[in-house]
Design a protein around this ligand. Structure first.
Ligand code: BGC
Length: 757
């Protein structure tokens, strides 16, 4: 049976591994310290460290007041020696309450025999989600649209500061999944569809989270997630199967994780789905052979929510819950996000006593967990000092969030320069996303599903409020016109449109995440399109604002807009950022980090194969509504003088690419310069084009800057039919803006399909 196979593999691969034998490197002083603590631990204490429960297990909530329950926390710590607790009970707490919660937990931990602090984890995925008054940034999809790594780094730094200010040292972020499948309800939690963009943005935000010393009071441990392939479910539903051949896994999905490991990410969370029928939580190949053997990741692997249980309940690969525990731990899961009870703990003790999980495997997992606790400084300071964080929720931080929102918002269409609107205009604001913070913040905002953002962020501006502030209430009429999926007093909206100079039509989605956000149809609900059609009949210019977590099909509604803004989920400052752009206070500079499809059944990423382009007489080729990388400005940019430093590239050499970018319009602006390469012929079908580098430049009206990129053989490599990364000799085209130039890669060694250069 499969389970026996797993334990055999683990037993064989661990052999007589001692606690100090972590990888091939000699044990550091810290490793030795950890091992000497492990030497004092009982099996029960070790397995407790591998057990993570959710906050509800140790809390009571009476009349809406949440408290750590004295008996429950005693049971968790003194009986089960629980190593980790996560999450929030209900909704966001203020900082004082977080301090009380964490203090109560750590005080109990100090009563346990070895006084090992608990590591508390939280989803601070766009700011510290569950702390009242925190700085909430655009969701990752918006951060990606900025094409500004520095902003990702700054958002990471601020989030880490505010997470520690909430006494929490561990952040379940960033999501490094590829946002390849537009139906998937977590597209907005990703940095988009492109492996290079995900990889570079991911590394920048991790650097912000962890800083140069993760143990100082301003930084937290990052958790790269969800390893691997979560973002590409075949049917688009959350936590459902993906089919990913090994070659594609290595070409597209793995690089962001490779980079994150290089960046030093301390922890990793596993994908709840399955690839090619193998649940990731049961995959020794992915969790040990690839992750440890190839990527050399040394940190903690935590399961996702209930996922060990689900090996039995949902995936049906473990005949019993106990087998599920054996399979997952032997495959390489170090900590189980159980999270509701203690069966994992009981089963794992039994399994070790029965010889089905080796003690060496337990020691290895516990070593990783204790090590990160030491690195985070938890043994010295289990609870932070709330007075150390005067900048929490500050104006300084708000401005960074506003800048991120402003740089994310993407102008997709601007017929006859209808935007920016004049501040003296009479405007109708309408649509289901116009007056709710839920459409700006999305899920993971104050609550899991983000449904309470209107009360928690009541002091922030919805799109409507921001427009009213911008041009005065007297110039603004508001009619919702529709809810998310039904018309609402549409005649009133049409009537109001007749006396307006322009219509700001806000369509899109309300907040959701995970399975709650599953949809069967990528089209926006018909009511929203109908509202657009009714308004279009008035002949007034429509400015379409899309506030949504994934690119819903809007083709018909959008065909009637004079201008279209993609706002994604732009966070607490999103309303102000949208108003700033609509009325020209700032110049838009976002670019699409995903392909915006035209039809619900034509979902092709931009790095398509040539076959997906269709034939020249074929109307059914690649034809999205807007391509990846689209984004207009109120000024114009022209590209010239694309120059390669040499016509040929040989092994060990670097080509320097330069291009002049001129702001040829009348306004200052920012431009993201994207460099793609294209390989005409290769031993396997090459991608049509791939993003290889990008940079964002500030250009005054009339100014020209030279942007420089580098290309080495590594940048143009691909994974071949033997799953090996190779660079093949041949012609490569470099494309930036409307410019292109070619070079030849000339191999100085005989081509070797096994990946050896
Ligand atoms: C999600 C993870 C999250 C975890 C803890 C899971 O349901 O898939 O992304 O980190 O819950 O909240």
């Amino acid at each position: 049976m499969i389970k026996n196979l797993f334990s055999l593999i683990v037993l064989a691969s661990l052999g007589a591994l001692s606690a100090s034998a972590q990888g091939t490197k000699p044990a550091s002083a810290l490793d030795q310290k950890v091992d000497s603590l492990i030497a004092k631990m009982t099996l029960e204490e070790k397995v407790g460290q591998m057990t993570e429960v959710t906050s509800d297990v140790v809390s009571t909530t009476t009349n809406g007041v949440h408290q750590i329950d004295a008996d429950k926390i005693k049971e968790a710590i003194l009986k089960y020696h629980v190593g980790s607790i996560l999450n929030v009970s209900g909704h966001a707490y203020d900082r004082k309450h977080w301090y009380e919660v964490i203090s109560a937990i750590q005080a109990e931990a100090a009563q346990d025999r070895l006084k090992i602090p608990v590591i508390y984890g939280i989803d601070a995925i766009h700011g510290v989600t569950y702390t009242v008054g925190s700085t909430l940034f655009p969701q990752e999809i918006g951060m990606a649209a900025t094409f500004n790594r520095l902003l990702a780094y700054k958002a990471g730094t601020i989030t880490a500061y505010e997470t520690r200010a909430s006494c929490i040292p561990w952040n379940y972020s960033p999501v490094l999944d590829l946002g390849k499948m537009p139906l998937w309800p977590r597209i907005y939690e990703t940095f988009g569809e492109d492996p290079y963009l995900v990889k570079t943005m991911g590394a920048s935000i991790i650097h912000g989270y962890q800083g140069s010393d993760v143990g100082d009071k301003y930084h937290v441990a990052a958790c790269m997630k969800h390893y691997l392939g979560y973002g590409d479910p075949l049917d688009g539903k959350d936590r459902t199967p993906a089919w990913i051949p090994d070659r594609y896994m290595r070409e597209y999905f793995l690089p962001p994780f490779i980079e994150a490991v290089k960046e030093g990410a301390k922890t990793l969370m596993v994908n709840s789905g399955e690839i090619n029928g193998v649940p990731l939580h049961a995959s020794h190949y992915m969790l040990t052979d690839v992750l440890r053997g190839e990527l050399h990741f040394e940190g903690v692997v935590v399961s996702d929510w209930r996922d060990i249980e689900y090996l039995h309940d949902r995936h049906h690969i473990a005949a019993t819950q106990k087998d599920a525990v054996m399979i997952a731990v032997n495959a390489g899961v170090d900590m189980s996000m159980v999270p509701y009870e203690y069966s994992f703990y009981n089963y794992l003790i039994e399994l070790v006593n029965e010889g089905k999980v080796p003690m060496a495997r337990i020691n290895q997992a516990v070593h990783r967990i204790l090590k990160v606790k030491y690195e985070l400084g938890l043994f010295d300071h289990p609870v932070g000092n709330p007075d150390d964080y005067p900048k929490f929720g500050s104006e300084e931080f708000r401005k960074v969030s506003l800048q991120a929102a402003t740089e994310s918002i993407t102008l997709l269409k601007n017929n006859n320069n209808v935007l920016p609107l004049k501040k003296t205009m009479k405007v109708l604001v309408t649509g289901p996303t116009a007056n709710t913070m839920r459409a700006l913040d999305g899920g993971w905002s104050y609550t899991w599903q983000g449904e309470q953002s209107d009360s928690f962020a009541a002091n922030k501006n919805t799109i409507l409020k921001a427009i009213q502030i911008e041009i005065g209430k007297d110039n603004v009429t508001y009619q919702p016109g529709a809810t998310y999926d039904s018309l609402q007093n549409v005649n009133d909206a049409v009537k109001a449109a007749k006396s307006a100079d322009a219509i700001v039509l806000c369509l899109g989605e309300l907040s959701y995440t995970e399975n709650v956000g599953n949809i069967d149809d990528l089209n926006l609900p018909w009511a929203q399109t109908e509202l657009a059609l009714e308004l279009a009949a008035t002949g007034k210019p429509i400015i379409l604002v899309l506030a949504e977590g994934r690119p819903r099909i809007v083709t018909e509604a959008e065909s009637h807009s004079s201008a279209t803004l993609m706002a994604y989920l732009s966070g607490n400052e999103g309303g102000d950022a949208i108003a700033d752009i609509l009325f020209g206070n700032v110049n838009p500079s976002g670019k699409l980090p995903v392909t915006y499809p035209r039809y619900a059944n034509a979902l092709v990423n931009y790095y398509r194969k040539n076959l997906e382009n269709g034939n020249s007489d074929d109307k059914h080729g690649y034809n999205p509504l807007y391509e990846f990388g689209t984004g207009l400005s109120y000024t114009t940019f022209s590209y010239s003088n694309l120059h390669l430093s040499q016509p040929d590239l040989k092994d060990g050499e670097t080509i320097t690419v330069t291009v002049d970018v001129k702001n040829s319009g009348a306004r200052d602006g920012k431009e993201s310069v994207l460099m793609y390469t294209q390989e005409e012929y290769a031993s396997i079908a090459p991608d049509f084009k791939r993003l290889r580098a990008y940079d964002k430049v500030d250009l005054k009206a009339g100014e020209t800057k030279t942007v420089t990129f580098k290309i080495t053989t590594k940048d143009i490599a691909f994974v071949n039919d033997l799953s090996k990364t190779v660079t093949e000799p041949g012609e490569f085209k470099v494309m930036i803006g409307d410019q292109s130039q070619s070079f030849n890669y000339i191999s100085t060694v005989a081509p070797d399909r096994s990946g050896k250069l």
